[in-house]
Design a protein around this ligand. Structure first.
Ligand SMILES: *[C@@H]1O[C@H](CO)[C@@H](O)[C@H](O)[C@H]1NC(C)=O
Ligand SMILES: *[C@@H]1O[C@H](CO)[C@@H](O)[C@H](O)[C@H]1NC(C)=O
Ligand SMILES: *[C@@H]1O[C@H](CO)[C@@H](O)[C@H](O)[C@H]1NC(C)=O
Length: 376
């Protein structure tokens, strides 16, 4: 018996050195066969017991280009910070995408209310809304330039109707459900970045939140997603809190695709007196905060972040300070992969942080002076 077991073990060692073919098993608990895949495929984990070589996944190692652009808001209008929502959403004007790409923008963040995408928690995507509204907007943004990237942004503050994911509210499965459905729609388009969740805040247990993030990462990969993923921390995705609060835990999140180059951190930072993004005047350029963030990312595996919300009023102070900030972001590539300013889209031209172009096609002064010069 011992002899037979030894033979079997020896045989499996030899077999493990071969590569698994397309659609063959390449891992899982008790799996003793090949764990690497033939070229052109990638070993993709579906669950603890089964991984399979999925074709097309092993495209050349991909990395993000330098990104710069704008949030086009509207489908998030009237999502409250407690994750409740009774609205209808408003479509961002499609013409803005060619307007901004014509000036060098290549990143559009498109926020949406969880309740608009899946009217029932954990239920199916509303296909009518998706095809007539959200996806139409996403396709307009993608079509505006062959180089444009879109962040699909679930804008719900880690909450559904007042309750926090996995901490009294939705289960991790319900959270993962919307993303596995979006992975089935957008999972092979590398120009679509999944913004897993906008601005988690007042999270009782940050480690539990990071477990929810890992849960979604595993789920979208299991559903075939190869997208870059934006992982949010705590305290409203604060760039300032990141190195000491969620960052040390989020850097441990793993990617079933292997490596961490597709796990990008999502950070926000405003420039007004209370960092809320509600005042027209700016009081800081955040270069100190971003310098600390960059050194944290570099000393924790050379990771990357995107400043997916920042902005200011159309005032002299913001034109100067936002310009400094975005120049710093640009010079910190690739650690800081880029930025998207808050906000254009369905906001009118009088909103305090508006960068919505005027009806005559002219840009807001903040756009022209502080943002446009720092686009890629
Ligand atoms: C939506 O309606 C519910 C129930 O009436 C209410 O508690 C909640 O505050 C409302 N949310 C918003 C964003 O208006
Ligand atoms: C689905 O979306 C359509 C189009 O916006 C809307 O009319 C309908 O009420 C939505 N269905 C649900 C269940 O919310
Ligand atoms: C466009 O409209 C804005 C806002 O009304 C105005 O300030 C600006 O002068 C106009 N520009 C041109 C070129 O007409």
């Amino acid at each position: 018996m011992k002899y037979t077991a030894a033979l079997l073990a020896a045989a499996s060692v030899v077999y493990a050195q071969q590569q698994a073919g397309e659609w063959q098993q390449c891992g899982g608990i008790d799996w003793t066969g090949a764990t690497t895949c033939v070229s052109g495929t990638v070993c993709t984990e579906y669950n603890d017991y089964y991984s399979q070589c999925v074709p097309g996944a092993a495209s050349p190692p991909s990395s993000l280009p330098r990104l710069g652009g704008v949030n086009t808001a509207g489908y998030d209008f009237s999502v409250a910070t407690d994750g409740s929502f009774n609205g209808t959403g408003v479509s961002p004007p499609a013409a803005q995408y060619t307007h901004f790409t014509g000036e060098g923008a290549n990143l559009f963040r498109i926020p949406f209310a969880w309740q608009l995408m899946t009217p029932t928690l954990g239920g199916p995507i509303n296909e009518t809304w998706f095809s007539n509204f959200y996806d139409k907007t996403v396709q307009a943004a993608l079509a505006s330039s062959p180089n444009s990237y879109v962040i699909v942004d679930l804008h719900n503050y880690a909450r559904w109707n007042g309750e926090i994911i996995a901490q009294g509210g939705p289960t991790n499965d319900q959270f993962a459900s919307i993303w596995t459905q979006l992975a089935q729609k957008y999972g092979t388009n590398e120009r679509i970045i999944f913004g897993i969740m906008n601005e988690p805040h007042d999270i009782p247990d940050v480690a539990t939140w990071v477990d929810s993030v890992q849960y979604v990462v595993n789920a979208v990969r299991g559903a075939g997603s190869q997208n870059f993923l934006l992982l949010p921390g705590s305290s409203w995705a604060s760039a300032q809190a990141f190195p000491t609060e969620a960052g040390p835990l989020l850097v441990k999140v793993t990617d079933p695709l292997g490596g961490t180059s597709k796990l990008i951190f999502d950070v926000h930072k405003y420039l007004d007196s209370d960092n809320s993004g509600t005042h027209p005047d700016c009081t800081t350029d955040n270069v100190d905060v971003l310098t600390t963030l960059v050194s944290f990312l570099q000393s924790n595996g050379n990771r990357q972040a995107i400043l997916s919300e920042t902005g200011g009023g159309n005032t002299a102070s913001c034109e100067s300070l936002l310009g400094n900030e975005l120049a710093f972001v640009k010079s910190s590539f690739p650690t800081l992969a880029g930025f998207s300013v808050w906000a254009a889209g369905a906001f009118d031209t009088t909103y305090v942080l508006t960068v919505t172009p005027f009806a005559n096609g002219t840009d807001q002064p903040l756009w022209t002076t502080a943002i446009q010069p720092n686009l890629p």
